[in-house]
Structure formats: structure tokens, C-alpha cells
Design a protein around this ligand. Sequence first.
Ligand code: ADP
Length: 479
Amino acid sequence: MDQPYGLFINGEWTPAVDRRTYNVTDPATGAVVGICADAGEMDVKRAIDAADRAFPEWAKTTAKERAECLRKVYDGMRRLEEELAEMMTREQGKPLAESRGEVRYAADFVEWSAEEAKRIYGETIPASSPDKRIWVHRQPVGVTAAITPWNFPASMITRKIAPALAAGCTVVVKPAQQTPLTACRLVDLFHEAGFPDGVVNLVTGTDAAAIGDALLKDERVRKVGFTGSTEVGKILMRKAADTVKKISLELGGHAPFIVFEDADLKRAAEQVSASKFRNAGQTCVCANRIYVHESVADTFTRLLGAEASRLKVGNGLEEGVQIGPLIDRAAADKVEGHVKDALEKGARLVVGGTRLSEGDVHFFEPTVLADITDNMRIQQEETFGPVAPIQTFRTDEEAIAKANDSRYGLAAYFYTQDLSRTIRVAEALEFGIVGVNDGVPSTAQAPFGGMKESGLGREGGRYGVEEFLETKYISLGLK
Ligand code: ADP
């Protein structure tokens, strides 16, 4: 194990004020893999102080300077891909190949933001009088906070802080308690890339509510970017109201995946498997409700069952493993509860279904369930585990209605070869991301975000940078 990490405040590693620390464990073995500082309210205040002091100078830098710093971070992440990936697998559990993919995906946000920093343009609008000019300026919003989850320990951070830094904002990052090590290593890279002291700050800790409150109540923090549960997102939104902060929320999803009768079934089964079983089903865009036309349901179920039974479960550091551990006991309890409830209400087990738990380590076999009905918990709540529930439908209208019948609206997917159906269904789905014949649409240059209770705002591409900018209208009289 490496040296314990501190908090990163004003360009240096420092212990928490009360010197408290906590252990980070490997969900695949239960072993301690790192020690991090356990921040309290005073530490958060120190971090905001630093970010606030650094802001005026950072906001004045040229886009080229900011882009150059970000570019160095991108290069560093590509250079350290293997080290970062191993660290991520150790603290989070996802298979090493997925961790490598995440490091590249996370680096892509940094590269994109470096490029986009140079394209933050204002506007000149024709005035109504010859002796006036209307100028529109874009300015960084100020100090920003990023609160991130454990399922994507690198990319959820870079997706927030890279566009913030590109825009000229300073940041305080609060990673998930379970996965702070990747975040600490990333912050090292930002420091090495030459960001001035106080521009990037990091607080780790176990009391998320106290840290969150300290960030939310401080009027100097002008924007909060959050990825996590809908429940916590709502708390943050209420708290942001007191100081009218800008807020971006990437919350829960309950993604439908519709397989129409004209779909390439083999390809559809592969893509459902890719979407569903990635990160052992622990992503907010995982296919969660699989609707298959009744005429092809048997064939599709067989194909998906075959895909699922091929996946190897184990420690993500081992060669060939595709399904790592679940993050903790509560996660395994929820997955097991969903499967049990579905089976009791008449679902049919196609493959999997077994929980493999030992002490604090919890795995779950990739599972496919058929004969699913609306009254089952698995159709109502996000499972966040490797369970694929299949329900059949008869008409396009029924499939669309079922897909939209959710308080969530993050990602939806469908498979078809029919062009007019593609357009009709894509337009009818009430989701922020629609994958047509594509189970893995996320990419750095596209807008990622949800409708309804899945969130507010977008991350990625130019939309992600917009969130960190204020619009200032300057009315200029010539007389
Ligand atoms: P998950 O279920 O994925 O753990 P959470 O919404 O609980 O999702 O956590 C996402 C992030 O929000 C984590 O960094 C967590 O520590 C943080 N968090 C949890 N509760 C609060 C809270 N009350 N205020 C601020 N942040 C919180």
C-alpha cells in the first residue's frame, strides 16, 4: 500500500484538520488498499477558501494557457493508463479491461475540454438603434464543486472538472467515499500539469452529508455538479436553492431496451449484454427493462442467456474476468431481493440467479429472467446489478408506453432495421440519450444527461462547457 493520501488544498497535500483518516477497501477481497484523509466541515471551508482566492487570476488566463494545462493532464492520463486502471479495479472492482476503457473515456473529456476552451465565443447582436451596440460575453461562473459516485471513479470527475477548468472556473472535488484513490492520483496529475495553486482542490471523507452541506451552504460556490442517486440529488437541489447555485444533476436511470421483431437478434443480444452487464450492472445507463416483441422473444431469450452464461465472474484483476464484485452488501441485498421478488411473482430463471457472498465480499452471477410483468420490483426500481429482465410486447405503441412509464428518463435503447420506426420511436421516447442499434452510446463529445427525475443539465461536448459559463449582456451606448 502506498503512503496515506491527504486532502489536496491550495496546491499541496495536507491532513484533515483533526487528522482523521479512513481505510479504502477492495470489494473483491475486503483487503485495505489505501488510506485517505477524512474531511470535516473546516476542511471543506479551507478548500473553498483556496478555490475562491485562486479564481480571479485563473479566470483571467488565456484559453490557450488553460488548454495547455488540460492537454498535459490528458497526456499524463494516457501515460499512466495502466496504473490508474489497476488502482480503479482495486478500489471499485470493475474488470481491468473496463478500468482501462474508463481511463481512456475519462481522458477524452480532458482532451475535448482542452480543445473546446478555445471556442468559448461571445456574440454581437444587431442593435435597434445606430448608436448602440449589444455585446454578449461568456464568463466563468466562479468556484464550482463536483460530487461524484463510486461506479465511475475517474470519468465522473473529469467530465465535471475538465470543462469547469476550460471555462476558467476553479474546483473543489468530493469523490465517493468508496473510490477516492483514483481521484487522488488524478489530482496529482492536475498538479503536475501546472494548474496554479488553489485551482483544483480535493476533499475526501466519510461524512458525505457534512461535506455536502459545507459545499452547498457556502455562497462562494456558484455551481454544483453531481452524479449519484436521485434521492441525494433532490437533497442537493433543495439546498442549492438557498444561495441560488447553478446545479447539474446526473441521477438514477431505469433504461428500457426495446427489441423489435425486425431486429438483428444476435447483435441485439450482444448489445443488451454489453449494456446490462458492464460494471456488473452498476451504471445508471445499464439496460434495466428489456422489452422484446413476442414473436422473437424465445429466440432472443436463448441468445441473451448464451451471452450471459459466457461471462466469467471473479476478481477484476484476473485475466478474462468480465463480472467483478458488487460494491457492498446493500447492493447485493437489493439485487438478490429483486430476483427473489420476480421469481415469486412468476418470472422464469433462464440463467444465473445465485449470489456468491463471503464476509464483506459479494458477487452475483449474470442473470437472465423471462416472463417478467409490470408488478415486479425489478420493473419499478433500478437494480444496479447483473440481472436482465425480459418482458414481451405486441405493438410499437405498447413498447413505447411501457418504456416511458417511469419517473426516470436517462437512457433508452432499441433495435430495429426499419427507418420510419427508428424516427417515430426515437422521437417518442422521453429520455435524454437514445441508442438506436447501439447499446453503448456514451462518448466525450456528446451530451450526456437525463429528463424527468434523471436529472438536470448535460455533461460532455460543448453542452458540458456551457454549464460552467455565465452569460453577460453588455449594452454599449456610443453617445
Ligand atoms: P450511490 O447510491 O451511487 O452511492 P449517492 O447519491 O449516495 O449514490 O452518492 C453519490 C455521491 O454523493 C457520493 O460522493 C456520496 O458520498 C455523496 N453524497 C451522499 N449523500 C450526500 C449528501 N447528503 N450530501 C452531499 N453528498 C452526498
